[in-house]
Design a protein around this ligand. Structure first.
Ligand code: FMN
Length: 198
């Protein structure tokens, strides 16, 4: 059975001076509480993990964190971890306190393997929300604006907009607005037209 499913989470780390960094990252779960992260270089997350040996894996449904980090909003309310040094997101539904176990270095994308020191659930999973999924997909598109054709971004954002219009709460509307603003800013830098806002 394929055990290589990727789950979109948010990784929080601190540097040696204790300054936090928050970044959406795909995670692969392995047996016995082991977790794999693969950050592309260059990455503050990677630097912080190599410097401190720890990270928090935050499972969040407030997708403003995804859209916010991708659009330059990197400051979020944090709380101290319990069994590891560093900070986790205050809004995490669940968080895992990770200790670095093994690094397979790579010129582009090292593989970081962790053990879980603590796994704490703070709120129950309410079920899937289409607008939350749309914001995560939109954040991926915005993180790749420099390499995707404008018409592909426009058609995918137009499709995702349906889920936003039908199922978003205030949080997803705010996150979606940040993504549209980022696309508009990117287009105006390039002298192109921004997508129509619903
Ligand atoms: C849903 C989602 C998943 C992402 N997954 C990864 C990932 O697995 N690896 C990665 O390097 N960047 C990933 N990114 C991009 C990072 O969040 C970010 O752009 C950067 O690579 C790391 O930021 P940092 O310098 O703060 O560590 C993802 C972005 C989004 C929106």
């Amino acid at each position: 059975m394929n055990n290589d499913v990727i789950y979109e989470c948010v990784v929080s780390t601190v540097n040696e001076q204790g300054q936090p960094n928050v970044a959406p990252l795909g995670v692969r779960y392995r047996p016995e509480g082991r977790v794999v992260l693969m950050p592309f270089k260059p990455s503050t997350t990677l630097n912080n993990i190599l410097a401190t040996g720890h990270a928090a894996l935050n499972i969040v449904t407030d997708t403003r964190v995804f859209a916010g980090c991708i659009t330059g909003r990197k400051t979020w309310p944090m709380l101290p971890m319990v069994q590891a040094p560093g900070l986790r997101l205050a809004c995490a539904q669940r968080h895992l306190e990770l200790q670095l176990e093994e690094v397979s270095d790579d010129a582009q994308r090292p593989v970081l393997r962790f053990t879980t020191l603590r796994d704490e659930t703070h709120a129950p999973f309410k079920g899937y929300n289409r607008a939350q999924a749309a914001v995560v997909e939109g954040a991926v598109l915005v993180s790749r604006l420099h390499m995707l054709p404008a018409d592909k971004v426009d058609s995918e954002m137009a499709y995702l907009q349906i889920a936003i219009s039908k199922t978003a709460s205030v949080a997803e509307h705010e996150a979606w607005g940040w993504l549209l603003d980022a696309i508009a800013a990117h287009r105006s830098k390039q002298g192109q037209v921004a997508p129509h806002r619903a």
